[in-house]
Design a protein around this ligand. Sequence first.
Ligand SMILES: Cc1cc2nc3c(=O)[nH]c(=O)nc-3n(C[C@H](O)[C@H](O)[C@H](O)COP(=O)(O)O)c2cc1C
Length: 397
Amino acid sequence: MADTRVTFCGVTFKNPLAAASAEPTLNAANMKKCIDAGAGAVIAKTMTDSPAMRELTQRAKWRFLNARHEVCHGKVPRSFSLYSRSGLALEPPEDFMKEITETVAYARQHDAQVIGSIASTTLDGWVDLGKQMEDGGVPLIELNFGCPHPKLMPGVRTGMNVGQDFDYGCEITQKVADAVKVPIIIKVTPQVTDLVLFSDMLHKAGARAVTLTNRFIGFVPDIETGKPLIYGKAGVGGPWTKPLTLRWINEVRCALGDKLDITGTNGAYDWRDVVMFIMSGAHIVQMCSAVMCYGYEWLTKQVAGLETFMDDKGYATIDQMLGIATDACMEYGDMPHEKAGVDQEKCINCGMCLKVCFADAMQQGDESVYVKEENCVGCGGCLSVCPVTGTIEMQQV
Ligand SMILES: Cc1cc2nc3c(=O)[nH]c(=O)nc-3n(C[C@H](O)[C@H](O)[C@H](O)COP(=O)(O)O)c2cc1C
């Protein structure tokens, strides 16, 4: 059977699936449920010294939305968005640390890891929270530079407000890295222009890994009432964000390689997505929205799905999959020319390919379409709309 163990920041995880910092990891009781479900790790809800960020969690609101961005009632489809507003851990640090130490002890008995998460509004506060977390026995600490909500809360200088200020983010990173012995991970916001630059700066400031990425801010009106859903702006994400996240994992791996470990979050829905994150370059993959939709047992199914996939495909270890798609990623200029070929025996002459060919390459014949080769640029649009698999194939020229 495949070995799902993976080493991230020098720490061994029994599998690469982690419950992301959020309501499923709100306290010890919730984190134990993630551990019982088989997650390799839990990232605790972010501990904070900001009363405003704690209070926001008391007024947390969220809705699962369908592909039209209307509120779901009943079954939540795979194409969902999670539109949500929530703050950070409810308890002040001195109380929340009891949740951490209790979970660390439980995790030790169950071969799981607990990653601490912190967010402060002052430089000294980040250091203080980091030290408290280290004293609680966690092997790794994630610094939350990605929470989108402080951006919408005047005067709350944490989360994404830090993630958008690269110099301040590095100052915090350096101070915390100097103050604690455990490796630190920086969870960044995707709402910046250059995460490769920031990741490089964070690495030089002492970060051992980056978490790519936290969520976006969105806005969704309800057209029946003319008012916004859940009263206003909120964080937004869902499985559809995955390619945007994987783009950054790809680029950070290419630029920094072994210098900086990567954990991925924002768009992992099931084990297939976990594999995509790993093949892009993420050592461990954090899951939140899907667990919030389908419950803790979702984690159990994804660990099992990952094991079956590895067995079926003959991957003996996670390392055999790590970054392989990123390493095979070509530069635009090196990509080969292709042309479409039509199997006229299989063609049902539905005409779909004719509608989407803008190079005038797909031509109507007597009983099937054919390709006017000199016009074909090999875009592949025809292949995507052809309803009979194997009728249109792309051939390298
Ligand atoms: C309701 C909610 C609360 C969250 N709380 C936190 C938090 O306290 N700290 C944090 O770092 N990220 C928080 N996140 C972000 C998640 O950890 C995760 O990175 C994000 O949801 C993307 O992963 P997903 O696509 O699996 O949902 C929260 C997300 C949601 C939806």
